[in-house]
Write a protein that binds this ligand. Sequence first.
Ligand code: FES
Length: 112
Amino acid sequence: PTSQAPARSDGFTDIGSVADLAESGSLRYQDAKGNGILVVQQSDTPEDVQAFSSVCTHQGCNVSWKAKDKDIFCACHGSRFATDGKVTEGPAETPLQQYLTKVEDNRILIKM
Ligand code: FES
């Protein structure tokens, strides 16, 4: 889903429900400039939500969440990123950009 919700007065944007994320394991979103955002749930705790730029820092392919391995994977050249955005396997060298997230009333809020 890439529906656009306006940012709230505190700068956070509501991008979906915790239930949606729990069901699919990850969500994709686009900010107002069209930048891809990958939202993942890294543990069974519903509030344990992280959001990253979905643009691989190697050459810009779209990264994906691997729920089984709990890491973020780029299919283009095999880079992997941990759930803090850090590179765990190259060729990428730069961490994924991470967005500030919080959960309120079962809604996922991201600051973009
Ligand atoms: Fe992601 Fe090369 S673009 S590993």
